[in-house]
Structures are given as C-alpha cells and as structure tokens.
Design a protein around this ligand. Structure first.
Ligand SMILES: NC(=O)c1ccc[n+]([C@@H]2O[C@H](COP(=O)([O-])OP(=O)(O)OC[C@H]3O[C@@H](n4cnc5c(N)ncnc54)[C@H](O)[C@@H]3O)[C@@H](O)[C@H]2O)c1
Length: 305
C-alpha cells in the first residue's frame, strides 16, 4: 500500500488556499509564503485578496496567483482550476478554508440560509476537490488536502443545525477521501476549530437576534475570550499537515469535547443539554423579534454572503 507523501517542509511546494483574504485562510497563506511555498490565493473578496497578495509579494513571497472567485459557483472554480493548472501545474497542497457562518433555530432560519451555507461551506470545497484533485492524482507526486470543518462538524451545538449540515457534510467527504486518496499518496486533514478571533465573529448572523442586543454582545464576548488567534490556528493546521494528522484541532477544548463524546457519551449528552438550555434562555427575545414587523428587528432580512 502506497504511503502518503509527507509534506515536511513547504519550500517550493505549490499551495492553494481558499478564503485567503481574511482570518484563518490569510494566516495559513502568510505562514506558507514565509516558509517559501509558491502560493495560489483565492477568495470572493477581490480587493482584500489583492491587498493580501500585494503585502506578501512586497515581503518577498512567491504569490503565483491571486484570483477572486465565488466557490459556490462550479463554473468559476472550474475555470480557475483550468487556468492555474495549465499555467503552473498540479498543486501539492490544497486547503479549503473559505466559509460563512449563520446560526438560528428551525423557526428563525429561512430556507435561503440553509441553502447558502450548504452552497458555500459544502459545495464550495466539493467544487475545489472536483477541479483541483484530479490533476494532483494525475501528476502522481502525492500531496495533501486540508478541509476546514468546525467544532460544529463534531458536536451538536445549539442553533447550529444549518451550519452543522455543511460542516458534517465536509467531514463526511474527508472521511472517505482520507482512505480513497491514500493510494495516490495524498494525505487528508480535517480541521475542527473551536473559537478563532477572526472577522467571522463579526459577520456571523444569528437569525432573530439583533447584533446590537445584549444577548448577542454577551455571546460574542464569551466566544472571543476563549478564541485563539488566526495565527495560532494556522500553526496548528500546518503542524497537522506536516505530521499527516487526520484530526486537527486548533484549541484543546474541542479535542476534549471530542474525547468526551467518544468515550463518555453520557457526559457529552449532559454537557450539550446544559449548553442548549443556556442558549435557549434568549428564545423569548428571538420570538419577539421574529414576530415584529419592523425589518430592523428581524435579522432574517440580513443578506447571506
Ligand atoms: N472563526 C472561528 O471561530 C471558526 C470556528 C470554526 C470553524 N471556522 C471555519 O474556518 C474557516 C475560515 O473562517 P474564518 O474564521 O477565517 O472567517 P473569515 O470570515 O475571516 O474568512 C472566511 C473567508 O472566506 C471567504 N468566503 C466566504 N464566502 C466565500 C465564497 N462563496 N467564495 C470564496 N470565498 C468565500 C470570505 O470572503 C473570507 O475571506 C471557515 O470555513 C469557518 O467556517 C471558523
């Protein structure tokens, strides 16, 4: 049985990073570039992406491409992959980092939210895998695929049903590919971050909860207190790739709750029930906002990027 090619060092490796304009993706790209990788960057935010690429190039990094792309659009990803592969060859490492977050109850989430989460967080990485992995297989050099899921791809966090649909989906894809791709010497890492202090903590929408409300600000402050930096998360990811680890955690709390879920299932159930009770304390507020006519009070009218 072929052994996975270990990416022990990044110098000279062709590395594709999605979501490279911000947060974890940007930190992952910066660290790869600093180690001498040839980086290919993509994100839906063209201006921010160009700024990241310019800054990296100014620091002497090799940024081979930086193209804006909506990963939920298969044709766009297909064209991007064709262009990059024709000009630069197959990748050595592909990192699916881009994603969005939207939480809510079954009553407050709208169909559009479920749809967009699956389109971006699940179909996005699938499009990237469809278009960038076959050239890697064909090139025969082996390599590594990184899929950034979430703690919400492991456990049943309150109000995360739609987000978890996308993140558990990505976990399913990864679980199969870790065995399927081994014969091509391609390793797979599934990254399950807990809190990471990125702009996602600002852009996250909670259906029915006003972002200026005390409940939202309290939840946001609690989240930030436990969060690691994007740079810490990126270091954990590269460490996981270099060690060819399948499960990659970016903070110890998620490793712990995953252990609890597997080895002390009743403890896990109690912990999740307590978490759910805590979150649902603000349900009356959500219900009030849901019933109110004023669009400002109804965050369901927020655009889902
Ligand atoms: N920050 C956290 O606490 C946390 C926790 C668990 C999982 N995650 C996951 O980590 C990943 C990175 O998130 P982050 O925290 O760095 O957030 P972020 O918002 O800082 O970065 C996400 C990037 O993805 C890009 N993006 C969004 N939709 C896109 C699309 N359709 N096409 C292309 N690019 C798109 C955004 O423009 C942005 O630059 C996401 O998949 C997220 O679900 C984050």
């Amino acid at each position: 049985m072929a052994r996975v090619r270990r990416i022990r060092e990044l110098r000279g490796q062709r590395v594709l990073v999605t979501g490279a304009a911000s947060g974890i993706g940007r930190a992952v790209a910066e660290q790869a570039a600093a180690e001498g990788a040839i980086v290919h960057l993509t994100d839906i935010q063209a201006e921010l992406l160009a700024e990241v690429a310019d800054r990296l190039r100014a620091a002497g990094a090799v940024v081979a491409s930086a193209d804006a792309c909506d990963l939920s659009d298969y044709e766009a990803v297909h064209d991007l992959a064709q262009r990059i592969t024709a000009e630069h060859g197959a990748m050595d490492v592909v990192l699916n980092v881009a994603g969005i977050a939207f939480w809510g109850t079954v009553s407050s989430l709208e169909h559009e939210h479920w749809r967009r989460l699956v389109d971006v967080n699940l179909m996005g990485p699938i499009h990237v895998i469809e278009c960038f992995l076959p050239p890697m297989v064909e090139a025969g050099r082996g390599g590594h695929l990184v899929n950034v899921s979430s703690a919400a791809g492991i456990i049943g966090m309150p109000w995360h049903a739609a987000y978890s649909a996308s993140k558990f989906g990505l976990r399913g894809v990864s679980e199969v590919l870790r065995f399927d791709l081994r014969r091509y010497r391609i390793g797979v890492s599934l990254v399950c971050p807990g809190g990471v202090a990125t702009p996602l903590t600002e852009t996250v929408h909670i259906a029915g909860i006003d972002k200026a409300s005390r409940s939202f600000l309290r939840a946001q402050a609690g989240f930030r207190k436990r969060a690691v930096t994007p740079e810490q998360a990126a270091s954990s990811i590269w460490d996981g790739v270099k060690r060819n680890r399948y499960w990659v955690y970016t903070s110890p709390d998620i490793r712990l709750i995953h252990l609890l879920q597997r080895y002390v299932p009743w403890g896990y159930t109690l912990a999740m029930r307590a978490m759910s009770t805590g979150a649902n304390r603000v349900l009356p507020e959500v219900e009030r906002a849901r019933r109110a006519d004023a669009p400002a009070a109804d965050s369901r009218s927020n655009a889902v990027r």
